[in-house]
Design a protein around this ligand. Sequence first.
Ligand SMILES: C[S@@+](CC[C@H](N)C(=O)[O-])C[C@H]1O[C@@H](n2cnc3c(N)ncnc32)[C@H](O)[C@@H]1O
Length: 255
Amino acid sequence: MTERTHVPVYLDPYTRSADHLDLLSAGPWQHMAPHVSTALAGIGENDATIVELGSGTGLGTCVIARTAPRARIVAVEPSSHLRAVLLHRVASDNDLRSRVTVENRPFPSSRLPEKFDALVMINSLGHLDPDERSELWRVVAAGLRPGGRAVINLQAPTTSSEVPEFEMARECVGDREYHGTARAECMDEHTVIWHMIYRTSEDGREIDATEVEYRWNVLDPGTLESELAQHNLHANAVGDEQFGVFAIESDVRRR
Ligand SMILES: C[S@@+](CC[C@H](N)C(=O)[O-])C[C@H]1O[C@@H](n2cnc3c(N)ncnc32)[C@H](O)[C@@H]1O
C-alpha cells in the first residue's frame, strides 16, 4: 500500500450534481461497458488486483467486477456525495462487498496497492492536470504486473475547443423527469470548462435546475502517446473509436 501523508484539501465539484449523476450515467454506461470489458479481457482469470480511479457511483465498478469475477478491486472516489452511492452499491451486494475496497483520497494522494494487474480510469482522466497525469503514468509503469494494463478513455473534445449545448440524458422516476445538458468553453490551450445544467420537471414544467461547472484537462491521442513513451508505456485503441477507450501496456514486456 503506498501512503502519501500530505493530502491537499479536496474541492468536490460534484456536490450539487450528485443526485442526478447515477441516474443519468446508467444509460451511457450500457454503451461504454462492452469496450471496457474488451479492454480488460484476460485480466482477472486468476486472482487479480484492479484499481479504479474516479469510480463515481460505481457503475463502472460493477462492469469491472463482472468482467473479472475473481479480482479484488480498489475503487477510488474522492467525492463524499458520489462515494455514498458507491458504498451503498458495494455494500448491498454480497459479491461486491467481499472484494471491493473503497478509497476516499483523490489521486495522487490515494492509498493504492503497490502492484496491480489493471488500473481503470473511465470518464475521469480530465480531472487530472498535466503534473498529476505524469504521476499517473509513473504509478502505472511502476505498478503494473507483467501482462497487466491500464484502461482509460479520452473524451471529446480532445483538444481545447467549444462544444455547443447538447442533451446528455433524460430519465423518468415517478412523476418527475431528470434531465442533463452540457456545453464546453475553452479556458486555455489545455483546458475547457464544462457547463452542465441538471433539470427536474413534473407535468412538463421545470421545478428545479442546478448549474455546475467542471474544469477539464483535454488530451489528444498523439499527446497521450508521447507522454506514455516517457514511461516506456504505449496505448492501443480498443473498440468503437467514438468511445475513446485505450488499453495502456508496458513496452518492457515486448522486448
Ligand atoms: C465524470 S465522473 C465519472 C465517474 C465514473 N467513472 C463514471 O463514469 O460514472 C468523474 C469522477 O472522477 C472523480 N475524480 C475527480 N478528481 C479525482 C482525482 N483526483 N482522483 C480520483 N478521482 C477523481 C470524481 O469525483 C468523479 O467521480
